[in-house]
Design a protein around this ligand. Structure first.
Ligand SMILES: [Zn+2]
Length: 134
């Protein structure tokens, strides 16, 4: 229920955003950037996983929680008995250091080489570890 409400609000925000002029979108974009909000990848993915609410292997809606791997919740399907998490069968599955991918995609947008991206991301990590606000 909570997820449906979230998805409904997100759809409203998206419609509103798409109806704005480019200048209005830029103001919203800059306001969000000013917040310097760093949302963990898991928090971004979890509502999508909750909205689908099915096993990524057999699409059965019946599964249950099945412990945790680190901080990530695992699930087990009651139909095919396979285990999975919220990233299974997504591009982020089996990737290490998911928290760095947002910065890396920004580097790709800037057309930096992998070496330049690695240097920049290391500098960002150092700067964030020194700041009080991650
Ligand atoms: Zn299944």
């Amino acid at each position: 229920m909570k997820t449906k409400l979230f998805v409904s609000k997100l759809n409203q925000i998206t419609k509103t955003f798409l109806s704005m002029t480019p200048a209005q979108r830029e103001v919203v974009h800059q306001s969000i950037q000013a917040l310097n909000a760093k949302i963990p990848t898991d928090e971004l993915i979890q509502p999508l996983f909750d909205a689908l609410s099915q096993c990524p292997h057999c699409h059965s809606p019946q599964f249950k929680k099945w412990g945790k791997a680190g901080a990530i919740q695992r699930y087990r399907c009651n139909t095919c008995y396979k285990t999975f998490n919220n990233k299974t069968k997504t591009p982020l599955a089996r990737l290490h250091k998911c928290h760095l991918w947002a910065d890396y995609t920004r580097c790709m947008q800037l057309k930096l080489t992998r070496r330049e991206a690695a240097i920049l991301i290391n500098e960002l990590k150092k700067a964030r570890s020194l700041s009080y606000y991650p």
